[in-house]
Design a protein around this ligand. Structure first.
Ligand code: SF4
Ligand code: SF4
Length: 234
């Protein structure tokens, strides 16, 4: 094989095979996914067994178990799978079958809050704007950042960056890191005013309708503010 004959694996479209309804049935039970999975062994979780149970028609047991919620959706398993089985989509599909009020932890409540108020925390608008301005003021007190400001809803900016709830709650220092990089790069950037939540627990919990609403809000910000570049740090 010459260099020009070689296939760039990054450009291969693996989706057509993965989309086939019987794709999981091609599982070889080789266990490569299990050995590459950082969550393997937690509460007995094992992606190979997970796929096997789907093939054997044991979806109901999976839906009722903790396993789908142990997976971090990191996709290491499916990147290694020789049969290109879309393991994360299988996990997400099982999650979608759990009644919403039985979705574990704060995921369902947080998603409801986001749909109703625009963010997972139900943080009032004035508190959000206060935190954004307060963090910007702290940066402005540092040498070299005099006059620093965090633009909210700036029309025509080059870049829209989303905010996820931790950034305005327990991880405000992470906001500073991002914003200092923008400052050093001379970037023309902004953050959204309302409906600012960048975390999509609709994606995480397998709720397609909610996921579309959350993604649609980001798109609406970009159209309204006439911004073509999105940074979605979540
Ligand atoms: S790596 Fe793929 S083929 Fe092998 S056990 Fe896992 S899902 Fe099945
Ligand atoms: S996506 Fe889930 S099953 Fe796959 S490697 Fe990551 S944690 Fe494991």
């Amino acid at each position: 094989m010459t260099t020009t004959d070689m296939v760039d694996i990054q450009t291969l479209d693996r989706q057509p095979f993965r989309r086939l309804p019987f794709a999981t049935e091609t599982c070889l039970t080789c266990g490569i996914c299990s050995s590459s999975c950082p969550a393997s062994g937690l509460d007995g979780f094992d992606p190979r067994k997970f796929i096997r149970m789907i093939v054997l028609g044991q979806k109901a047991q999976l839906v009722a178990s903790r396993w789908p919620w142990i997976c971090t959706m990191c996709a290491k398993c499916e990147n290694e799978c020789p049969m290109e089985i879309n393991i994360t989509e299988s996990v997400r599909n099982i999650r979608s079958l759990r009644p919403r009020e039985e979705v574990p932890g704060i995921l369902h409540k947080g998603l409801q809050a986001a749909l109703e108020t625009g963010n997972n925390l139900r943080l009032p608008q004035e508190d959000y704007e206060f935190i954004i301005e307060d963090v910007a003021e702290e940066i402005a007190e540092e040498p070299g950042y005099e006059g620093f400001r965090a633009p909210i809803d700036k029309k025509g900016a080059n870049l829209l960056t989303t905010i996820h709830n931790k950034l305005v709650n327990t991880h405000t220092d992470d906001l500073k890191h991002w914003w200092k990089i923008f400052h050093a790069a001379g970037e023309d950037w902004t953050v959204p005013a309302g409906n600012w939540e960048g975390t999509s627990w609709g994606f995480f919990t397998g709720d397609d309708d909610a996921m579309k609403v959350m993604a649609g809000r980001i798109l609406e910000h970009m159209q309204r503010l006439e911004i073509s570049t999105l940074l979605w740090p979540e």
